[in-house]
Design a protein around this ligand. Structure first.
Ligand SMILES: *[C@@H]1O[C@H](CO)[C@@H](O)[C@H](O)[C@H]1NC(C)=O
Length: 373
């Protein structure tokens, strides 16, 4: 574990120096709206920002369109395989926008089910603003996250050329994959380790199901899907119970709260000896959650790209509102749940002691899917 944390720290240091290398070449500029940015080419993104906040995210909401835009970042970028390239096959281009450019192929891949909706919603903005699909996916994901209170400020770099080929099928993780499969996949895609795999799953803090179970759309993965917080890591550690409609579909297991969906992969990662302590580490530690997620989001959005020739336009990304209950590291048990419901799996550290929200047992409200879903 200590060795893996060291490796993660080294990869952070490498990524930061690459980002700094890019920043040195840039000239700061003032845009017509008065904002200062790292490079004058970034100014054009303020128009995109205003447009998507009004017309894609319905007034800067952390709703279904934001959730699916965040999901689209992962499903575009993770589709890269140096292992396939080493065997002489095309292994996908990573964060290259291929999921939009070749959408009829890629949104038909099983793990990408339901993403055709957000692809169709995003396409007109790409055409209108003349940006590349790869850059737009990264931008929309970063802006979507900023709409969810509690999110760290996301980095956004431009410079992704349009994909020339569809990614091959089989590279996007599925909710029924084993921990071995997940670790092998992220390791191939970006030399990520099992700790960084857990960091990626922090995105499920602001997420809801889309077609995992085609009969029930929009079931959140934690009780606070509109807030970027550690509740996802608390609630995935609680014992699951049978509710009407819970579990039973491929990749879906029983959840602790009515109306909440738990993916099988989240359940197993929370309990596997390789990942359980990292999973638990986010409980009551919002600052660790923020810094690890900020790092992994940038790394994902640069997969298959050369960061040293990209332009840092992070200044365009809004700063999110603080999470409510904004005491440092605020985590809690949902109403009706206590330490007795925790299936603690980390052998090294006890589960943090948390207070229980007052009131009747929590049930989770469905998120209304985007129009046409
Ligand atoms: C939060 O995580 C950081 C980084 O691992 C660690 O140094 C710090 O002690 C943690 N804080 C708490 C309250 O656990």
């Amino acid at each position: 574990m200590a060795f893996k944390q060291l490796v993660a720290a080294i990869s952070i240091a490498l990524s930061l120096s690459a980002a700094q290398g890019a920043a040195v070449k840039e000239k700061r500029a003032t845009c017509s709206n008065g904002a200062t940015v790292g490079d004058e080419s970034c100014c054009a993104w303020f128009d995109v920002l205003d447009d998507i906040q009004q017309n894609l995210f319905q007034g800067a909401q952390c709703g279904a369109e934001a959730h699916e835009s965040i999901r689209l970042v992962f499903h575009d970028s993770i589709a890269i395989s140096p292992a396939m390239e080493a065997q002489g096959q095309f292994g996908g281009g990573g964060a290259d926008g291929s999921i939009i450019i070749f959408d009829t192929i890629e949104t038909a891949f099983h793990p990408n089910i339901g993403l055709d909706e957000i692809v169709n919603l995003q396409k007109p903005f790409i055409a209108k603003h003349g940006v590349t699909p790869g850059d737009f996916i990264a931008f929309a994901g970063a802006v979507a996250l900023s709409n969810c209170p509690g999110t760290p400020q996301m980095n956004f770099f431009t410079g992704r050329a349009p994909a020339t080929q569809a990614a091959p099928d089989g590279l996007v993780p599925e909710p029924f994959h084993t921990v071995d499969q997940l670790i092998a996949r992220v390791n191939d895609a970006g030399q990520f380790d099992e700790l960084e795999l857990v960091w990626m799953l922090s995105a499920h803090s602001v997420a809801a199901s889309n077609d995992v179970d085609p009969t029930i759309q929009g079931l959140p993965f934690d009780s606070t899907p509109g807030i970027f917080d550690s509740q996802f890591f608390v609630e995935t550690q609680l014992r699951g119970t049978a509710f009407p409609g819970s579990g039973g579909n491929q990749g879906e297991v029983e959840s602790p709260l009515p109306g909440e969906m738990r993916l099988q992969t989240d359940h197993t990662l929370a309990r596997d000896s390789r990942t359980a302590c990292e999973w638990q580490s986010f409980v009551n530690n919002q600052s660790k959650l923020l810094s690890d997620f900020q790092f992994i989001f940038l790394a994902l959005t640069q997969l298959g790209q050369d960061p040293t020739v990209m332009t840092d336009c992070s200044d365009v990304i809004p700063i999110s509102k603080p999470a409510p209950n904004n005491t440092p590291g605020f985590s809690f048990f949902p109403a009706g749940k206590t330490m007795a419901d925790v299936e603690q799996a980390c052998a090294e550290t006890p589960f943090p002691s948390l207070s229980t929200l007052p009131g009747p047992e929590t049930s989770v409200t469905r998120i209304t899917p985007p129009p046409g879903a």
